[in-house]
Design a protein around this ligand. Structure first.
Ligand SMILES: Nc1ncnc2c1ncn2[C@@H]1O[C@H](COP(=O)(O)OP(=O)(O)OP(=O)(O)O)[C@@H](O)[C@H]1O
Ligand SMILES: [Mg+2]
Length: 254
């Protein structure tokens, strides 16, 4: 589904991502791990068009999306969440989903502008899908709440919902459990598994929590100083000497 080929990103004087290649097959959960500043979020920005690669190529289902505008990459079925949540505090939960649906589907823009005859049907579809996602997230009872009244975990769940409301093929999650405690992390992990199993969405996840990743990911890509230092199954990564060195041993045994 996703193919990243020799992608490099240079900022003035710093190579944030260096000659990175990896692939994600449909139906997989792939994790990207690595120490702080390893280039993980930059890799997501290069895939989603937020940043343009200095060189290299990104394809989705064989279509070249390298350097495309982010909104065009979204219509190719790639959705993401950010390391910090990006919800509209002044809007209710249901409206955050409705707006995301409209922004992320092609029909949305012209329909919203011109109120075409198909507008009503489109509006109904957006509403129905938003309700469906609320149920999936376990947030039905919070549909009319404003965002600041939600717990941190609920906000994280909703941010994931906003990303999947348009039924993407590939979902990129940047530290979806950052700042959460163990119980909350376990529930988000379960939600991510359900996104793959029940919504049929392929997942790529950046995470620091090793125990979580080892239990969730089919494959792991390890970055260090912008370079891929290892790739493999959780079992292979756990015993890889380069990975253990990058993490100084401790964390991997957590
Ligand atoms: N827009 C930018 N301009 C200049 N340097 C940047 C920019 N974005 C990222 N960097 C640098 O690129 C490197 C990789 O950053 P990145 O955010 O991708 O790391 P990360 O692996 O996501 O780290 P973390 O685990 O802390 O989130 C860092 O040294 C960072 O300071
Ligand atoms: Mg990051």
């Amino acid at each position: 589904m996703l193919k990243v080929e020799s992608v490099t990103k240079k900022f003035s004087g710093l190579v944030a991502v260096k000659d990175l290649s990896f692939e994600i097959a449909k139906g997989q959960i792939v994790a990207i791990i690595g120490p702080n500043g390893a280039g993980k979020s930059t890799a997501f920005n290069l895939i989603t068009g937020t940043l343009k690669p200095t060189w290299g190529k990104v394809t989705i289902n064989g279509h070249d999306i390298t350097g495309m505008q982010p909104y065009r990459i979204v219509t190719r079925g790639v959705a993401r969440t950010f390391q910090t949540t990006s919800l509209f505090d002044q809007l209710r939960v249901i409206d955050n989903l409705m707006i995301a649906y409209k922004w992320r589907t092609k029909l949305g823009f012209w329909n919203t502008l011109l109120h075409l005859p198909s507008w009503k049907r489109y509006q109904e579809r957006a509403f129905a899908r938003s309700i469906e996602v609320l149920e999936f997230l376990g947030l039905t009872a919070k549909a009319n709440n404003f965002i600041p009244t939600l717990s941190q975990e609920e906000q994280k769940r909703l941010a994931i919902g906003v990303a999947i409301v348009s039924k993407p093929q590939l979902l990129l999650l940047d530290e979806p459990t950052g700042g959460l405690i163990q119980d909350e992390t376990d529930r988000i992990t379960e939600l991510i598994r359900k996104i793959r199993d029940e919504q049929g969405i392929t997942v790529c996840i950046i995470e620091h929590k090793m125990q979580m990743i080892m239990g969730l990911a089919d494959r792991i890509v390890v970055l260090n100083y912008g370079e891929k230092i290892a790739e493999g199954s959780p079992e292979e990564i756990k015993v890889n000497p380069d990975v253990i060195e990058a993490y100084l041993g401790g964390e991997l045994n957590a």
